[in-house]
Design a protein around this ligand. Structure first.
Ligand code: FE2
Ligand code: FE2
Length: 601
């Protein structure tokens, strides 16, 4: 009787399906989320992330108006003539503006935050719903050109709808500039808050109109549809660059650990990554690789055990580690709790700070001496990441975060995170090929928005500056989120198209487009194998090393690039499949199948 085991615990059990949309079913996941949701924490998070920024944005018109009145009144009371009073007012206003810069900066940052967390995602949702509807009716036989045209029409429609919505909001809510801020005793808290929120709504409404017109303009000026990659006639190459592109390793911290997405239906443990490295090592021994690039979701939930696994597996291949570069994915920094999707993060929580710290520690260990910080003050490349992390008392502060979750350490990690991205690995020579590493994760504090992406304006500025100031260099740009929707009509993945979107993707594309001939963009996130172009920009989407659509057999890309005098060209690409032993239940018999990527004719 004992010969027949009741259950093999190494296969995982129902507990491993708590976060998987495929494992436990959507209804059970929603019910569990409602029960596990922290109804005390939620209003606190809402207050800090939505109400706080809205109040700060809404109070600015009143502060400016009150202060302006006060200045003008003082100047005219002094018995001066009108033009002298106006001059004095201008000087005082300029001084006040200069002194009040921190308030304006905070208000502007909060305004931006509102746009990234509310306005942009809603716009993307409207656009993608329209696109899905039109694609559903058009059918799957549509050509990429027709698809691009229809998608463009949907963006225009979404922008017009949004501009209309913004206009209605701005017209229906009354703006108040007085609020009687001059007389503190007469300030009534509730009416003031109500008026301030009304102001914020008007500002968001008006800015939405401008944003929508801007998106409209971006869409209309964007050139070329999204097409599958076709090998072009090769030019004379000065050199060849060989890269491996891996993505979405989703490493787990336990030998038999399941992944959040696939639950018990997916692979267990980290055999896929080990296999991929073994295969890469053989490839590298035969024909050396220049770079091994990983576009995020290195870990499944950014835990310490997962990062330790990554470092341990990688350190057995020093030659590969020296060429290894990676960017953060949403799973590395935005998963609050892998066993409880309903859990919220407070914005200042130790959890998020620690996930960022772990990522930086891994970066420091693997590519700290190669990756450089961009010095925003001088507009040039600054120190290496390793040197930067050891400057001043930064190391002590980061240690205090790791040891005791110290508040000063949490504050420091936020500053470090903002300062280091995009990291830059400069080319070996001026006409060589370098790597730019972007962080494309939108700030997120709970499961629903964890996968949304944005490249913030500070990184956009650096990206443009690096591309502009290195006219002879070629660049591989790494980010986690996809820049364009794939050129296939799709009705089933609406959730992915909204929930996984890079909300300012057209801006990223527009920043890269002028330098397209010498740039290649690599991303992951959607776990899809695709190589193509948008206009002249070459884009490569790597599948997941661990999670594939066909029985979770992951794979990675091998690319060969020809470096011309002022261009870089993809000349050959392969998809290398990694057969996962744990899934196949053959712990020792591991094999890897190599197949050539057949580009569309
Ligand atoms: Fe992923
Ligand atoms: Fe992802």
């Amino acid at each position: 009787m004992m010969d027949l085991p009741i259950w093999d615990m190494r296969r995982g059990d129902y507990d491993d399906n708590r976060s998987s949309p495929y494992g436990g079913g959507l209804r059970s996941a929603i019910l569990s989320a409602v029960l596990e949701f922290n109804y005390l924490k939620a209003p606190i998070v809402f207050l800090f992330l939505i109400m706080g920024p809205a109040l700060l944005v809404g109070i600015v018109p009143s502060v400016i108006s009150t202060f302006g009145n006060l200045m003008f009144h003082t100047a005219t009371l002094a018995g001066t003539r009108l033009f002298v009073a106006l001059g004095l007012f201008a000087v005082l206003a300029a001084a006040a503006l200069w002194l009040g810069r921190p308030l304006l900066t905070i208000a502007f940052d909060n305004f931006r935050h509102l746009h990234y967390s509310l306005v942009f995602p809603i716009f993307v949702a409207v656009r993608e719903i329209l696109r899905s509807l039109i694609e559903k009716f058009a059918g799957r036989s549509t050509t990429p050109q027709q698809l691009a045209r229809r998608r463009r029409i949907c963006t225009v429609l979404a922008a017009l709808l949004f501009a209309g919505g913004g206009l209605i909001l701005a017209l229906t809510v009354e703006i108040s500039t007085g609020l009687k801020l001059r007389n503190v005793e007469r300030i009534q808290m509730l009416p003031t808050i109500k008026a301030t929120l009304g102001n914020a709504a008007v500002i968001v409404g008006l800015s939405t109109i401008f944003e929508s017109l801007y998106w409209l303009w971006r869409e209309l000026t964007m050139t070329g549809p999204v097409l599958d990659w076709v090998p072009a006639a090769s030019h004379a190459a000065l050199s060849t660059v060989r890269i491996a592109h891996l993505s979405d390793l989703h490493l787990v911290g336990e030998r038999y650990g399941c992944r959040m997405e696939s639950g018990t239906r997916g692979p267990r443990g980290n055999q896929s990554f080990a296999n991929a490295l073994r295969r890469l090592s053989a490839i590298h021994a035969q024909t050396p690789l220049d770079h091994i690039l990983v576009t995020g979701d290195v870990t499944d939930a950014g835990t310490r055990a997962e990062w330790a696994e990554f470092i341990d597996i990688l350190q057995t291949y020093p030659a590969l580690r020296d060429r290894f570069s990676f960017v953060p994915g949403n799973h590395d920094i935005s998963i609050v709790d892998r066993t409880n999707p309903a859990r919220l993060d407070l914005p200042w929580s130790a959890g998020q700070a620690l996930r960022k710290l772990r990522f930086i520690l891994a970066l420091d260990e693997v590519q700290g001496n190669r990756a450089r910080i961009f010095d925003r003050a001088s507009g040039t490349l600054g120190p290496s990441l390793s040197n930067y992390l050891r400057e001043d008392n930064r190391m002590e502060l980061l240690r205090s975060l790791a040891e005791r979750g110290a508040m000063r350490g949490r504050w420091e990690i936020t500053k470090v995170w903002d300062a280091i991205f995009p990291l830059v690995e400069p080319p070996p020579s001026e006409d060589g090929c370098g790597v730019i590493l972007l962080d494309s994760n939108a700030p997120s504090h709970f499961a629903l928005t964890n996968a949304i992406g944005v490249v913030n304006p500070s990184q956009m500025k650096v990206l443009k500056s690096v591309l502009r100031n290195s006219p002879r260099s070629a660049w591989i740009i790494l980010l986690h989120h996809q820049v364009v929707e794939y050129p296939v009509a799709s009705i089933s993945s609406l959730r992915d198209r909204i929930g996984l979107a890079l909300v300012n993707a057209p801006d990223v594309l527009a920043a890269i487009a002028p330098h397209a001939a010498r740039v290649m963009v690599l991303h992951g996130h959607r776990h899809r194998d695709w190589t193509g172009n948008c206009g002249d920009v070459l884009l490569c989407s790597a599948p997941s090393v661990s999670l594939g659509s066909d029985d979770y057999l992951g794979s990675f890309h091998l690319h060969e690039l020809a470096r011309g005098s002022d261009s870089i060209q993809l000349t050959a690409t392969q998809n290398v499949r990694v057969q996962d032993a744990s899934m196949m239940e053959m712990p020792d018999a591991v094999d890897i199948v190599v197949r050539h990527h057949e580009p569309a004719a």
